[in-house]
Design a protein around this ligand. Structure first.
Ligand code: GDP
Ligand code: IMO
Ligand code: MG
Length: 436
Protein backbone atom coordinates (compact mmCIF):
# COMPACT_ATOMS: atom_id res chain seq x y z
CA UNK A 1 0.00 0.00 0.00
CA UNK A 2 2.51 2.60 -1.00
CA UNK A 3 1.57 6.16 -0.13
CA UNK A 4 4.18 8.51 -1.49
CA UNK A 5 4.48 12.23 -0.84
CA UNK A 6 6.21 14.42 -3.41
CA UNK A 7 7.04 17.99 -2.41
CA UNK A 8 9.31 20.88 -3.39
CA UNK A 9 12.49 21.49 -1.38
CA UNK A 10 13.15 25.14 -2.27
CA UNK A 11 10.88 28.04 -3.30
CA UNK A 12 8.83 26.20 -5.90
CA UNK A 13 9.21 25.40 -9.61
CA UNK A 14 11.68 22.63 -8.93
CA UNK A 15 10.03 20.39 -11.55
CA UNK A 16 7.44 18.67 -9.35
CA UNK A 17 5.07 18.38 -12.30
CA UNK A 18 7.63 16.51 -14.36
CA UNK A 19 8.53 14.22 -11.43
CA UNK A 20 4.85 13.41 -10.81
CA UNK A 21 4.34 12.74 -14.49
CA UNK A 22 7.36 10.45 -14.47
CA UNK A 23 5.73 8.27 -11.80
CA UNK A 24 2.32 8.49 -13.45
CA UNK A 25 2.29 5.06 -15.05
CA UNK A 26 3.02 3.37 -11.70
CA UNK A 27 0.42 5.10 -9.54
CA UNK A 28 -3.33 4.74 -9.22
CA UNK A 29 -4.19 8.08 -7.62
CA UNK A 30 -2.48 11.50 -7.68
CA UNK A 31 -3.68 13.83 -4.94
CA UNK A 32 -3.25 17.57 -4.76
CA UNK A 33 -3.39 18.40 -1.06
CA UNK A 34 -2.54 22.11 -0.74
CA UNK A 35 -2.59 25.41 -2.60
CA UNK A 36 -4.67 26.14 -5.66
CA UNK A 37 -4.15 27.76 -9.02
CA UNK A 38 -1.12 29.67 -7.69
CA UNK A 39 0.84 26.58 -8.75
CA UNK A 40 2.18 26.24 -12.26
CA UNK A 41 3.56 22.95 -13.47
CA UNK A 42 4.95 22.55 -16.96
CA UNK A 43 4.98 18.99 -18.20
CA UNK A 44 6.49 18.09 -21.55
CA UNK A 45 5.27 14.87 -23.17
CA UNK A 46 6.86 14.25 -26.56
CA UNK A 47 6.27 17.42 -28.56
CA UNK A 48 3.33 18.44 -26.38
CA UNK A 49 3.70 20.95 -23.54
CA UNK A 50 1.07 21.20 -20.81
CA UNK A 51 0.75 23.93 -18.17
CA UNK A 52 -1.21 22.76 -15.15
CA UNK A 53 -2.33 25.01 -12.31
CA UNK A 54 -5.20 23.71 -10.21
CA UNK A 55 -5.27 20.16 -11.50
CA UNK A 56 -2.77 17.60 -10.22
CA UNK A 57 -0.09 16.79 -12.82
CA UNK A 58 -1.07 13.12 -12.62
CA UNK A 59 -4.13 13.93 -14.74
CA UNK A 60 -1.93 13.48 -17.83
CA UNK A 61 -1.43 9.76 -17.09
CA UNK A 62 -4.33 7.73 -18.51
CA UNK A 63 -4.69 5.21 -15.67
CA UNK A 64 -4.56 7.73 -12.83
CA UNK A 65 -7.49 8.99 -10.75
CA UNK A 66 -6.70 12.67 -10.07
CA UNK A 67 -7.93 13.99 -6.73
CA UNK A 68 -8.33 17.54 -5.45
CA UNK A 69 -8.35 16.98 -1.70
CA UNK A 70 -9.71 18.97 1.22
CA UNK A 71 -6.54 21.05 1.73
CA UNK A 72 -6.86 22.74 -1.66
CA UNK A 73 -8.59 26.04 -2.39
CA UNK A 74 -10.62 25.74 -5.59
CA UNK A 75 -11.40 28.49 -8.07
CA UNK A 76 -14.26 26.74 -9.83
CA UNK A 77 -14.09 28.80 -13.00
CA UNK A 78 -10.40 27.94 -13.34
CA UNK A 79 -11.20 24.28 -12.64
CA UNK A 80 -13.59 24.06 -15.58
CA UNK A 81 -11.37 26.13 -17.87
CA UNK A 82 -8.47 23.76 -17.23
CA UNK A 83 -10.63 20.68 -17.63
CA UNK A 84 -12.01 21.95 -20.94
CA UNK A 85 -8.59 22.89 -22.28
CA UNK A 86 -7.21 19.43 -21.46
CA UNK A 87 -10.26 17.66 -22.86
CA UNK A 88 -9.88 19.59 -26.09
CA UNK A 89 -6.35 18.19 -26.34
CA UNK A 90 -7.57 14.64 -25.88
CA UNK A 91 -6.75 14.16 -22.19
CA UNK A 92 -9.29 12.03 -20.33
CA UNK A 93 -10.40 14.14 -17.36
CA UNK A 94 -13.49 12.14 -16.48
CA UNK A 95 -12.04 10.46 -13.38
CA UNK A 96 -11.34 13.67 -11.42
CA UNK A 97 -12.59 13.72 -7.82
CA UNK A 98 -13.01 16.90 -5.78
CA UNK A 99 -13.32 16.90 -1.99
CA UNK A 100 -16.63 18.09 -0.55
CA UNK A 101 -14.54 19.81 2.14
CA UNK A 102 -12.24 21.80 -0.15
CA UNK A 103 -12.71 25.55 0.15
CA UNK A 104 -13.80 27.77 -2.71
CA UNK A 105 -12.03 30.86 -4.05
CA UNK A 106 -14.62 33.48 -4.98
CA UNK A 107 -14.49 36.85 -6.73
CA UNK A 108 -14.05 38.63 -3.39
CA UNK A 109 -10.95 36.61 -2.54
CA UNK A 110 -9.33 37.57 -5.82
CA UNK A 111 -10.22 41.25 -5.32
CA UNK A 112 -8.91 41.31 -1.76
CA UNK A 113 -5.66 39.58 -2.78
CA UNK A 114 -4.96 42.31 -5.32
CA UNK A 115 -5.97 45.32 -3.23
CA UNK A 116 -4.11 44.18 -0.11
CA UNK A 117 -0.94 43.66 -2.14
CA UNK A 118 -1.29 47.14 -3.57
CA UNK A 119 -1.72 48.59 -0.08
CA UNK A 120 1.36 46.77 1.22
CA UNK A 121 3.50 48.80 -1.18
CA UNK A 122 7.15 47.97 -0.60
CA UNK A 123 6.22 45.23 1.86
CA UNK A 124 4.19 43.31 -0.70
CA UNK A 125 4.52 39.52 -0.87
CA UNK A 126 4.38 39.37 -4.65
CA UNK A 127 1.46 36.93 -4.59
CA UNK A 128 0.11 35.37 -7.73
CA UNK A 129 -3.08 37.45 -7.28
CA UNK A 130 -5.27 34.36 -7.48
CA UNK A 131 -7.07 34.89 -4.14
CA UNK A 132 -5.18 32.08 -2.40
CA UNK A 133 -4.27 33.92 0.84
CA UNK A 134 -7.72 35.47 1.40
CA UNK A 135 -9.44 32.10 0.77
CA UNK A 136 -7.22 30.36 3.35
CA UNK A 137 -7.72 33.31 5.74
CA UNK A 138 -11.49 32.77 5.53
CA UNK A 139 -11.01 29.06 6.17
CA UNK A 140 -9.03 29.77 9.34
CA UNK A 141 -11.49 32.52 10.34
CA UNK A 142 -14.32 29.99 9.89
CA UNK A 143 -16.14 32.08 7.29
CA UNK A 144 -15.05 30.07 4.25
CA UNK A 145 -17.32 28.51 1.62
CA UNK A 146 -16.79 24.81 1.01
CA UNK A 147 -17.61 22.82 -2.11
CA UNK A 148 -20.41 21.04 -0.24
CA UNK A 149 -22.09 24.38 0.56
CA UNK A 150 -22.84 24.86 -3.13
CA UNK A 151 -25.41 22.07 -3.02
CA UNK A 152 -27.73 23.89 -0.61
CA UNK A 153 -28.68 27.32 -1.91
CA UNK A 154 -29.94 28.59 1.46
CA UNK A 155 -26.80 27.64 3.29
CA UNK A 156 -24.65 29.04 0.50
CA UNK A 157 -26.46 32.37 0.60
CA UNK A 158 -26.16 32.62 4.39
CA UNK A 159 -22.47 31.86 4.27
CA UNK A 160 -21.73 34.31 1.46
CA UNK A 161 -23.72 36.98 3.33
CA UNK A 162 -21.70 36.29 6.47
CA UNK A 163 -18.42 36.45 4.61
CA UNK A 164 -19.27 39.63 2.69
CA UNK A 165 -20.63 41.49 5.69
CA UNK A 166 -17.19 42.50 6.97
CA UNK A 167 -15.45 42.41 3.62
CA UNK A 168 -17.71 44.98 2.00
CA UNK A 169 -16.97 47.41 4.83
CA UNK A 170 -13.30 46.83 4.22
CA UNK A 171 -13.56 47.18 0.46
CA UNK A 172 -15.67 50.34 0.64
CA UNK A 173 -14.14 52.17 3.56
CA UNK A 174 -10.51 51.08 3.63
CA UNK A 175 -9.74 50.19 0.05
CA UNK A 176 -12.15 52.58 -1.65
CA UNK A 177 -13.57 49.83 -3.86
CA UNK A 178 -17.13 48.96 -4.79
CA UNK A 179 -19.03 46.54 -2.58
CA UNK A 180 -19.61 43.02 -3.91
CA UNK A 181 -23.25 41.90 -4.14
CA UNK A 182 -24.23 38.62 -2.44
CA UNK A 183 -26.40 37.64 -5.42
CA UNK A 184 -23.54 38.10 -7.85
CA UNK A 185 -21.35 35.65 -5.93
CA UNK A 186 -24.13 33.15 -5.21
CA UNK A 187 -25.36 33.10 -8.81
CA UNK A 188 -21.86 32.62 -10.10
CA UNK A 189 -21.20 29.68 -7.78
CA UNK A 190 -24.58 28.08 -8.45
CA UNK A 191 -23.94 28.16 -12.19
CA UNK A 192 -21.35 25.37 -11.75
CA UNK A 193 -23.33 23.09 -9.47
CA UNK A 194 -24.61 20.56 -11.98
CA UNK A 195 -21.25 20.13 -13.67
CA UNK A 196 -19.52 19.82 -10.31
CA UNK A 197 -21.90 17.33 -8.73
CA UNK A 198 -20.55 14.10 -10.27
CA UNK A 199 -16.97 14.89 -9.24
CA UNK A 200 -17.62 15.66 -5.60
CA UNK A 201 -16.69 12.93 -3.16
CA UNK A 202 -15.57 12.10 0.36
CA UNK A 203 -12.00 11.96 -0.93
CA UNK A 204 -10.51 11.09 2.49
CA UNK A 205 -12.60 7.93 2.54
CA UNK A 206 -11.83 7.11 -1.10
CA UNK A 207 -8.07 7.44 -0.53
CA UNK A 208 -8.02 5.36 2.66
CA UNK A 209 -10.02 2.64 0.92
CA UNK A 210 -7.63 2.77 -2.03
CA UNK A 211 -4.67 2.25 0.33
CA UNK A 212 -6.55 -0.60 2.05
CA UNK A 213 -6.89 -2.19 -1.39
CA UNK A 214 -3.11 -1.91 -1.99
CA UNK A 215 -3.37 0.87 -4.53
CA UNK A 216 -0.49 3.30 -5.00
CA UNK A 217 -1.28 6.89 -4.09
CA UNK A 218 0.97 9.85 -4.84
CA UNK A 219 0.42 13.06 -2.88
CA UNK A 220 1.65 15.96 -4.98
CA UNK A 221 2.51 19.15 -3.10
CA UNK A 222 2.10 22.58 -4.67
CA UNK A 223 4.63 25.34 -3.86
CA UNK A 224 7.50 24.18 -1.63
CA UNK A 225 9.17 23.95 1.78
CA UNK A 226 10.45 27.53 1.91
CA UNK A 227 6.99 28.82 0.91
CA UNK A 228 5.23 26.79 3.63
CA UNK A 229 3.21 29.01 5.97
CA UNK A 230 4.80 27.43 9.08
CA UNK A 231 8.25 26.39 7.92
CA UNK A 232 9.01 28.84 5.12
CA UNK A 233 10.34 32.39 5.02
CA UNK A 234 7.28 33.88 6.72
CA UNK A 235 5.64 36.28 5.83
CA UNK A 236 7.01 35.78 2.31
CA UNK A 237 5.23 32.47 1.92
CA UNK A 238 2.04 31.05 0.54
CA UNK A 239 -0.87 30.42 2.91
CA UNK A 240 -0.85 26.62 3.10
CA UNK A 241 1.33 23.76 4.36
CA UNK A 242 3.38 22.75 1.36
CA UNK A 243 5.59 20.42 3.44
CA UNK A 244 4.93 16.70 3.80
CA UNK A 245 2.80 17.15 6.93
CA UNK A 246 0.30 18.99 4.76
CA UNK A 247 -0.28 15.76 2.85
CA UNK A 248 -1.93 14.28 5.94
CA UNK A 249 -4.06 17.23 7.05
CA UNK A 250 -4.76 18.18 3.45
CA UNK A 251 -6.10 14.77 2.46
CA UNK A 252 -7.45 12.91 5.48
CA UNK A 253 -4.82 10.16 5.22
CA UNK A 254 -3.03 9.68 8.54
CA UNK A 255 0.76 10.27 8.87
CA UNK A 256 1.51 6.62 9.71
CA UNK A 257 0.26 5.53 6.29
CA UNK A 258 3.00 7.36 4.34
CA UNK A 259 5.88 5.19 3.13
CA UNK A 260 8.09 7.59 1.30
CA UNK A 261 8.76 11.31 0.95
CA UNK A 262 10.32 12.50 -2.30
CA UNK A 263 11.62 16.06 -2.45
CA UNK A 264 12.24 17.69 -5.79
CA UNK A 265 15.24 20.03 -5.72
CA UNK A 266 16.78 22.06 -8.52
CA UNK A 267 20.54 21.88 -9.17
CA UNK A 268 20.51 25.64 -8.46
CA UNK A 269 17.86 27.86 -6.81
CA UNK A 270 15.02 30.09 -8.03
CA UNK A 271 12.35 32.15 -6.37
CA UNK A 272 9.34 34.16 -7.64
CA UNK A 273 7.94 37.03 -5.58
CA UNK A 274 9.50 38.84 -2.63
CA UNK A 275 11.46 37.60 0.37
CA UNK A 276 14.94 36.54 1.44
CA UNK A 277 17.07 34.42 -0.90
CA UNK A 278 20.69 34.16 0.30
CA UNK A 279 22.28 32.80 -2.90
CA UNK A 280 20.48 35.19 -5.26
CA UNK A 281 22.89 36.55 -7.86
CA UNK A 282 22.60 40.33 -7.86
CA UNK A 283 26.11 41.82 -7.81
CA UNK A 284 26.85 44.29 -10.61
CA UNK A 285 30.59 43.71 -10.48
CA UNK A 286 33.15 41.18 -9.28
CA UNK A 287 33.96 37.64 -10.33
CA UNK A 288 31.47 36.50 -13.03
CA UNK A 289 30.20 33.49 -11.02
CA UNK A 290 28.88 35.78 -8.30
CA UNK A 291 27.25 38.46 -10.45
CA UNK A 292 23.83 39.16 -11.89
CA UNK A 293 25.25 38.02 -15.23
CA UNK A 294 25.64 34.49 -13.86
CA UNK A 295 22.04 34.84 -12.60
CA UNK A 296 20.98 35.81 -16.12
CA UNK A 297 22.79 32.74 -17.46
CA UNK A 298 20.73 30.49 -15.15
CA UNK A 299 17.51 32.32 -16.08
CA UNK A 300 18.00 31.96 -19.81
CA UNK A 301 19.57 28.47 -19.82
CA UNK A 302 16.90 27.19 -17.40
CA UNK A 303 14.09 29.22 -18.99
CA UNK A 304 13.19 30.56 -15.56
CA UNK A 305 9.94 32.43 -16.16
CA UNK A 306 6.84 31.73 -14.04
CA UNK A 307 4.35 29.21 -15.46
CA UNK A 308 1.49 31.04 -13.73
CA UNK A 309 2.34 34.74 -13.94
CA UNK A 310 5.15 34.80 -16.53
CA UNK A 311 7.35 36.75 -14.09
CA UNK A 312 11.12 36.25 -14.48
CA UNK A 313 12.31 34.04 -11.63
CA UNK A 314 15.08 35.26 -9.32
CA UNK A 315 18.07 32.94 -9.65
CA UNK A 316 21.05 31.79 -7.57
CA UNK A 317 23.29 28.84 -6.74
CA UNK A 318 22.36 25.65 -4.91
CA UNK A 319 21.86 26.19 -1.19
CA UNK A 320 22.78 23.05 0.79
CA UNK A 321 21.50 24.29 4.19
CA UNK A 322 18.07 24.74 2.57
CA UNK A 323 18.17 21.20 1.14
CA UNK A 324 19.15 19.87 4.60
CA UNK A 325 16.35 21.88 6.17
CA UNK A 326 13.89 20.42 3.65
CA UNK A 327 15.21 16.92 4.37
CA UNK A 328 14.57 17.46 8.09
CA UNK A 329 11.19 19.19 7.95
CA UNK A 330 9.73 16.78 5.41
CA UNK A 331 11.44 13.52 6.41
CA UNK A 332 12.82 13.21 2.89
CA UNK A 333 13.72 9.66 1.82
CA UNK A 334 14.76 10.56 -1.75
CA UNK A 335 15.64 13.68 -3.66
CA UNK A 336 14.93 14.15 -7.34
CA UNK A 337 17.60 16.58 -8.54
CA UNK A 338 16.34 18.50 -11.57
CA UNK A 339 17.85 20.70 -14.26
CA UNK A 340 21.40 19.43 -13.96
CA UNK A 341 21.68 20.04 -17.73
CA UNK A 342 21.25 23.79 -17.17
CA UNK A 343 24.66 23.93 -15.47
CA UNK A 344 26.49 22.50 -18.49
CA UNK A 345 29.20 24.80 -19.77
CA UNK A 346 30.15 26.37 -16.44
CA UNK A 347 33.80 26.05 -15.52
CA UNK A 348 33.20 26.10 -11.79
CA UNK A 349 29.89 25.82 -9.94
CA UNK A 350 29.53 27.54 -6.59
CA UNK A 351 27.45 25.77 -3.93
CA UNK A 352 26.41 27.41 -0.66
CA UNK A 353 27.52 25.23 2.27
CA UNK A 354 26.76 27.58 5.20
CA UNK A 355 25.94 31.23 5.93
CA UNK A 356 27.78 34.14 7.43
CA UNK A 357 25.36 36.20 9.49
CA UNK A 358 27.01 39.43 10.59
CA UNK A 359 30.27 37.60 11.32
CA UNK A 360 28.80 34.41 12.83
CA UNK A 361 28.82 31.15 10.87
CA UNK A 362 25.49 29.31 10.58
CA UNK A 363 25.66 25.76 9.26
CA UNK A 364 21.86 25.45 9.30
CA UNK A 365 19.03 27.75 8.23
CA UNK A 366 18.74 30.38 11.00
CA UNK A 367 15.41 30.35 12.84
CA UNK A 368 15.41 34.12 13.25
CA UNK A 369 13.97 35.97 10.27
CA UNK A 370 16.36 38.93 10.50
CA UNK A 371 19.33 36.56 10.59
CA UNK A 372 18.09 34.86 7.44
CA UNK A 373 17.63 38.24 5.75
CA UNK A 374 21.28 39.01 6.57
CA UNK A 375 22.63 35.55 5.68
CA UNK A 376 25.53 35.79 3.23
CA UNK A 377 26.36 32.49 1.56
CA UNK A 378 29.65 30.76 2.24
CA UNK A 379 30.51 29.04 -1.02
CA UNK A 380 32.49 26.03 -2.09
CA UNK A 381 33.27 25.80 -5.80
CA UNK A 382 32.88 22.49 -7.59
CA UNK A 383 34.33 21.71 -11.03
CA UNK A 384 31.93 22.00 -13.97
CA UNK A 385 31.63 20.04 -17.23
CA UNK A 386 31.13 21.01 -20.86
CA UNK A 387 29.69 17.82 -22.39
CA UNK A 388 26.00 17.80 -23.38
CA UNK A 389 24.27 15.61 -20.79
CA UNK A 390 20.70 15.75 -22.11
CA UNK A 391 21.03 12.27 -23.61
CA UNK A 392 22.30 10.63 -20.39
CA UNK A 393 20.03 7.83 -19.20
CA UNK A 394 22.26 6.19 -16.60
CA UNK A 395 24.58 7.65 -13.98
CA UNK A 396 27.57 6.25 -15.85
CA UNK A 397 26.55 8.30 -18.93
CA UNK A 398 27.25 11.52 -17.02
CA UNK A 399 30.71 13.09 -17.23
CA UNK A 400 32.84 12.52 -14.12
CA UNK A 401 32.49 16.17 -12.97
CA UNK A 402 28.69 15.97 -13.21
CA UNK A 403 28.68 12.71 -11.22
CA UNK A 404 30.93 14.34 -8.62
CA UNK A 405 28.60 17.35 -8.44
CA UNK A 406 25.63 15.06 -7.71
CA UNK A 407 27.56 13.06 -5.11
CA UNK A 408 28.81 16.26 -3.42
CA UNK A 409 25.25 17.62 -3.25
CA UNK A 410 24.02 14.31 -1.90
CA UNK A 411 26.57 14.41 0.92
CA UNK A 412 25.59 17.97 1.83
CA UNK A 413 21.83 17.64 1.52
CA UNK A 414 20.79 14.98 4.01
CA UNK A 415 19.28 12.34 1.73
CA UNK A 416 20.11 10.33 -1.36
CA UNK A 417 19.70 11.78 -4.85
CA UNK A 418 17.65 9.01 -6.44
CA UNK A 419 16.87 10.57 -9.81
CA UNK A 420 18.47 13.32 -11.87
CA UNK A 421 16.70 15.46 -14.46
CA UNK A 422 18.75 16.19 -17.57
CA UNK A 423 16.11 17.92 -19.72
CA UNK A 424 12.42 18.95 -19.69
CA UNK A 425 11.10 15.88 -21.54
CA UNK A 426 9.40 12.93 -19.85
CA UNK A 427 12.31 10.57 -20.61
CA UNK A 428 15.15 13.02 -19.83
CA UNK A 429 15.97 11.46 -16.50
CA UNK A 430 18.66 9.32 -14.87
CA UNK A 431 17.25 6.99 -12.21
CA UNK A 432 19.74 5.76 -9.60
CA UNK A 433 17.26 4.26 -7.13
CA UNK A 434 13.66 3.35 -7.96
CA UNK A 435 11.21 5.84 -6.51
CA UNK A 436 8.32 3.39 -6.16
P1 GDP B 1 6.88 22.78 -10.66
O1 GDP B 1 6.05 23.95 -10.31
O2 GDP B 1 7.73 22.30 -9.53
O3 GDP B 1 6.11 21.67 -11.29
O4 GDP B 1 7.93 23.29 -11.75
P2 GDP B 1 7.62 24.22 -13.04
O5 GDP B 1 6.95 23.41 -14.06
O6 GDP B 1 7.00 25.51 -12.61
O7 GDP B 1 9.09 24.59 -13.48
C1 GDP B 1 10.02 23.63 -13.85
C2 GDP B 1 10.43 23.85 -15.33
O8 GDP B 1 11.60 23.11 -15.59
C3 GDP B 1 9.41 23.34 -16.32
O9 GDP B 1 9.42 24.20 -17.43
C4 GDP B 1 9.91 21.96 -16.71
O10 GDP B 1 9.54 21.57 -18.03
C5 GDP B 1 11.40 22.17 -16.61
N1 GDP B 1 12.18 20.98 -16.19
C6 GDP B 1 11.87 20.04 -15.27
N2 GDP B 1 12.89 19.19 -15.10
C7 GDP B 1 13.89 19.62 -15.93
C8 GDP B 1 15.22 19.17 -16.19
O11 GDP B 1 15.73 18.23 -15.62
N3 GDP B 1 15.95 19.90 -17.12
C9 GDP B 1 15.44 20.99 -17.78
N4 GDP B 1 16.21 21.65 -18.63
N5 GDP B 1 14.18 21.42 -17.53
C10 GDP B 1 13.43 20.76 -16.63
P1 IMO C 1 4.60 25.76 -7.87
O1 IMO C 1 3.64 24.73 -7.37
C1 IMO C 1 6.72 29.49 -7.07
C2 IMO C 1 4.77 32.35 -4.39
C3 IMO C 1 4.33 33.67 -4.99
C4 IMO C 1 4.49 34.58 -3.79
C5 IMO C 1 4.06 33.68 -2.63
C6 IMO C 1 2.63 33.87 -2.18
O2 IMO C 1 4.52 26.04 -9.33
O3 IMO C 1 5.99 25.50 -7.39
P2 IMO C 1 0.30 33.19 -3.23
O4 IMO C 1 -0.34 33.58 -4.53
O5 IMO C 1 0.49 31.72 -3.06
O6 IMO C 1 -0.37 33.81 -2.05
O7 IMO C 1 1.76 33.85 -3.29
O8 IMO C 1 4.25 32.34 -3.07
N1 IMO C 1 4.26 31.15 -5.07
C7 IMO C 1 5.00 30.36 -5.87
N2 IMO C 1 6.27 30.47 -6.28
N3 IMO C 1 6.01 28.41 -7.43
C8 IMO C 1 4.74 28.25 -6.99
O9 IMO C 1 4.03 27.12 -7.20
C9 IMO C 1 4.16 29.28 -6.20
N4 IMO C 1 2.95 29.45 -5.63
C10 IMO C 1 3.03 30.59 -4.93
O10 IMO C 1 5.16 34.06 -6.05
O11 IMO C 1 5.86 34.90 -3.59
MG1 MG D 1 5.77 25.91 -10.90
Amino acid sequence: MPAIVLIGAQWGDEGKGKATDLLGDRVDYVVKFNGGNNAGHTVVVGDQKYALHLLPSGILSPGVVPVIANGVVVDIEVLFDELEALSARGVDVSKLLVSANAHVITAYHRTIDRVTERFLGKRQIGTTGRGIGPAYADKINRVGIRIQDLFDENILRQKVEGALDQKNHLLLKVYNRRAIAVDEVVDDLLSYVERLRPMVADTGLVLNQALDADKTVLFEGGQATMLDVDHGTYPFVTSSNATSGGAATGSGVAPNRFDRVIAVVKAYTTRVGSGPFPTELLAREGEWSYTAEAGEFLRSAGFEFGTTTGRPRRTGWYDAPIARYAARVNGVTDFVLTKLDVLTGLERIPVCVAYDVDGTRFDEVPVNQSDFHHAAPIYEELPGWSEDITGARSFADLPKAAQDYVVALEEMSGSRMSAIGVGPGRDAIVVRHDLI
